[in-house]
Design a protein around this ligand. Structure first.
Ligand code: ZN
Length: 307
């Protein structure tokens, strides 16, 4: 087992991964309030929107307006998900600081998600990476259902590693393993992380967990123990639509930051300010969010004993 990392780079994905699962559509202005609150709280990487076709994901149809309205803070990376060349052109035009390509680790999930074979998605990713390079914009790659697929079940480690290699060949500067439907478990996370680091020591690996089955933070700990220091999370645990069955929120950013700070791991995030962002988001959405620390409070903040 490695020593735990001294600090962790937390990427906030609420404004994209979270909001796209919400029934309610926030106004561009409210999204900008949320994004700026998160940047103010110290988050240095924020997934701001997605340049998919505006009709495909209505809650994110205002990607251009979001990027145009950002109060860009120095040192903050405002990234965007990009599904195809058209999206890449739009993201570059809008001034995204980082472009994320994505594909699924299994044929069935990829077909269901983007109506394309994995091979075709890889070709498309190559063309997107080319556009990003031409614009001097870093590109990273997300491999979804890397730990398990709702259609095919467990995904072989070798397949995940091989696809990672293909994405690295295309120029991905970082690989993210997405546990899209919350099927990952800690021993699996540790093994896959170690295998990846052994095979691709030069390219950082990031983990993206959903807390669908309550294993989110346990999986984070397993990743940390394997030396991974880049983790995605979503403010308030946003992402589980209250209207959809089997709601699948991301791990909550405040819960993650709270755990890391308790363990003495730095994040650069002001936890109280971040809890303020989660509360703001509850107000904007007019429903409760699954985050736990926002309800229970910070461990170190002691209660007054009754006399
Ligand atoms: Zn996700």
């Amino acid at each position: 087992m490695n020593e735990l990392p001294a600090s962790v780079k937390v990427k906030e994905v609420g404004p994209r991964d979270g909001l796209q699962a919400e029934e309610a559509i926030l106004s561009t202005e409210d999204k900008l309030r949320l994004i700026d609150c998160l940047a103010e709280a110290g988050l240095r990487e924020i997934e701001a929107s997605s340049f998919v076709h505006p009709k495909a994901i209505p809650p994110l149809a205002d990607a251009e307006d979001v990027f145009a309205g950002l109060e860009r803070r120095p040192g903050v990376i405002y990234s965007a998900i990009v599904p195809n060349e058209k999206g890449a052109d739009r993201a570059v035009e809008a001034g995204a600081n980082e472009i994320q390509v994505f594909l699924a680790a299994t044929e069935s999930y990829n077909q269901n998600n983007v109506r394309m074979s994995v091979e075709d998605s890889l070709e498309q990713s190559a063309r997107i990476a080319e556009i990003a390079r031409g614009a001097d914009t870093p590109s990273v790659a997300v491999l979804s259902v890397a730990f398990g697929c709702p259609y095919e079940g467990p995904v072989a480690q070798e397949r995940v590693l091989e696809l990672s290699g293909r994405l690295i060949e295309l120029g991905a500067e970082e690989i993210t393993y997405g546990d899209t439907t919350g099927m990952a478990y800690p021993t699996q996370v540790r093994e896959l992380s170690e295998a990846y680091r052994e095979r691709y020591p030069e390219i950082p690996l990031r983990m993206h967990f959903h807390n669908t089955r309550g294993m989110g933070l346990a999986n984070v700990l397993a990743a940390l123990e394997a030396g991974i220091d880049r983790i995605d999370a979503s403010v308030g645990g946003l992402g589980g639509s209250p209207y959809a069955a089997g709601a699948t929120g991301n791990i909550s950013t405040e819960d993650l930051v709270h755990m890391l700070h308790e363990m003495g791991i730095e994040t650069g995030v002001d936890l109280e300010a971040l809890i303020g962002c989660a509360q703001l988001l509850e107000e904007l959405l007019e429903h409760e969010l699954p985050g736990q620390v926002m309800k229970a409070g910070i461990c170190g903040h002691l209660m007054e004993a009754k006399p």
